[in-house]
Design a protein around this ligand. Structure first.
Ligand code: PMP
Length: 285
């Protein structure tokens, strides 16, 4: 695999960053994931805009312009013959000469940019989408700025391990009795013609897939209600699903051991998945 690190394209074994990189020492970094279908980028613009916002919220400098970022994405697709999969980009506050809590001067410590691809042949035809995911609820003990896409993924990672141990696929986070989001996706329930999902705030990541799916849902005449919901409400819903750039729209068929509806994907989530993939393929660049 050819990866990108600070201006260079290298075989992954040759790519190196400093031991003083603040991403490593302090999780002082942000990231993005963009899907690739048939060699084209899905919603690159949305991801580039969220990256700019994440950087701004943390007073971090952009390592390259957004045009350059697009060019690097395309170059990685070409160099790796990537057909279907993902491109990860990781930006950190760079590597000052020593360890210090105080931010380094961006003039002398440029931010670090690392990018790599993950090949997932047939990404859009994932068999899991046909059966759906089972989830457990896990207390949301993450920090208060979940709207910034930081590399602090330890609790989501631990929640995934809890899910795995419980014999299910994923975890939904709960705070003050209400679902915030999934470990790496936004969470939704469906009641009749209504799609319910938590409103945007600092409590959740502003999913790029969420924005597109809610737009397509409204166009398809579904009613969209942005409000809090509980696990109990999810268990009584007609359907549930999650959205993310890497899994698109994924039906959720069980929460904390309770089947949702018949315990199989319903009609709304699969339809939204189909619309999303079809529309985003058309807009891919
Ligand atoms: N919430 C969290 C916590 C996530 O990690 C992700 C995926 N990165 C999402 C939501 C979904 O965001 P997106 O649709 O932009 O991938």
């Amino acid at each position: 695999r050819i990866v990108y690190v600070n201006g260079e394209y290298l075989p992954e074994e040759e790519a190196k960053i400093s031991i003083f990189d603040r991403g490593f020492l302090m999780a002082d970094g942000v990231y993005e994931v963009t899907s690739v279908l048939n060699g084209k980028l899905i919603d690159f613009d949305g991801h580039a805009k969220r990256l700019e916002r994440s950087l701004k919220e943390l007073s971090m400098n952009a390592p390259v312009t957004m045009d350059e970022l697009l060019a690097i994405h395309r170059e990685l697709v070409t160099k790796n013959d990537l057909v279907d999969g993902m491109i990860y980009l990781q930006v950190t506050r760079g590597a000052p000469g020593d360890r210090d809590f105080v931010f380094p001067d961006p003039e002398t410590t440029p931010s670090t940019l690392v990018m790599f691809t993950q090949s997932k042949p047939g990404l859009a035809d994932s068999p899991v989408a046909k059966t759906g995911n089972k989830v457990i609820s896990v207390e949301d003990i993450r920090w208060g700025r979940r709207d910034i896409k930081t590399v602090q993924l330890l609790w989501p990672s631990m929640a995934k391990m809890m899910a795995k141990k419980a014999g299910v696929d994923d975890a939904w986070f709960v705070e003050d009795g209400f679902v915030t989001e999934g470990s790496s996706n936004n969470a939704y329930i469906v009641k009749g013609n209504k799609i319910i999902t938590r409103a945007l705030s600092n409590d959740i990541l502003h999913g790029i897939t969420r924005a597109a799916v809610l737009r397509f849902a409204a166009e398809a005449q579904y009613e969209v209600e942005e409000r809090n919901f509980t696990i109990a409400e999810a268990q009584e819903a007609d359907e549930a699903f999650t959205t993310s750039a890497s899994a698109f729209v994924m039906p959720v068929v069980e929460v904390d051991g309770v089947k949702i509806g018949e315990g199989v994907p319903g009609t709304v989530a699969p339809r939204l998945r189909e619309i999303y993939i079809e529309e985003m393929r058309k807009q891919a660049i």
